[in-house]
Design a binder for this molecule. Structure first.
Ligand code: BG6
Ligand code: MG
Length: 215
């Protein structure tokens, strides 16, 4: 058994609850197109790339625009989303996350971000968390979306550790599948019975300590 040397964190839903802001922006787009977009619909977008999210939303509204229009819609949604997240501050870091990052660092565990988001730098900067990450791999660096393992494999390679020495923290099924495909341990953040194939599941990271990365 390899000793764990690194932790790779998904951003949205693990470090910060941005789903509510994605929801507001997608809902605004849906209503500009004349249909409703519910919170249940929004669950389907967790961990899903921006363009794939748009496809899902358009299929819900049964709208079929040209490729050029789709790009404009994604840009419009993102400009609203960026407006919301530009107001984020440290108070929105999910409970326990910062203390856990500090404890990992104190114990010599390397830390990387493994996110689909292209807005991750802005979010980490606003949360004052950027300096805790030894590597940041996000939607600007990868070409294949989760459940492809690319984002986590690149994270391990930037940290100079083997995949088998990594633990991934993920709230989305696509991310759990990506971590498994990368041959990494994975801790699911969410509900047991909803997230499948994680090595361990916790509702959140409040009270998380270094022992949770022992396998
Ligand atoms: C993921 C979110 O982390 O990032 C998805 O869970 C989102 O909901 C995706 O669509 C892409 O994010 P962004 O910020 O680049 O639109
Ligand atoms: Mg997530």
């Amino acid at each position: 058994m390899n000793k764990i040397k690194a932790c790779l964190f998904d951003l949205d839903g693990v470090v910060v609850d941005t789903a509510k802001y994605h929801y507001l922006a997608w809902k605004r787009l849906a209503s500009s197109l004349g249909f409703d977009f519910t919170k249940e619909d929004n669950e389907r977008l967790k961990g899903v790339s921006r363009m794939r999210s748009l496809e899902i939303l358009l299929s819900i509204g049964k709208v079929n625009p040209s490729e050029g229009k789709k790009i404009m819609m994604a840009q419009e949604k993102n400009s609203w989303y960026v407006e919301y997240i530009s107001k984020l501050d440290e108070s929105e870091i999910l409970p326990g996350v910062k203390d856990f990052l500090i404890e990992l660092r104190r114990n010599g565990i390397k830390i990387a971000l493994g996110s689909a988001s292209k807005n991750s730098m802005m979010i980490l900067n606003n949360l004052n968390l950027t300096s805790y990450f030894d590597a940041i791999v996000d939607g600007n660096k990868v070409s294949k979306a989760k459940p492809d393992p690319e984002v986590f494999l690149l994270g391990a390679s930037e940290l100079k550790v083997q995949p088998s020495e990594c633990v991934v923290f993920e709230d989305a099924q696509a991310g759990i599948d990506a971590a498994k495909a990368a041959n990494m341990k994975v801790i699911g953040i969410g509900q047991k019975g909803v997230l499948l194939n994680a090595d361990k599941i916790f509702e959140g990271l409040s009270d998380a300590h270094i022992d949770i990365i022992e396998f």
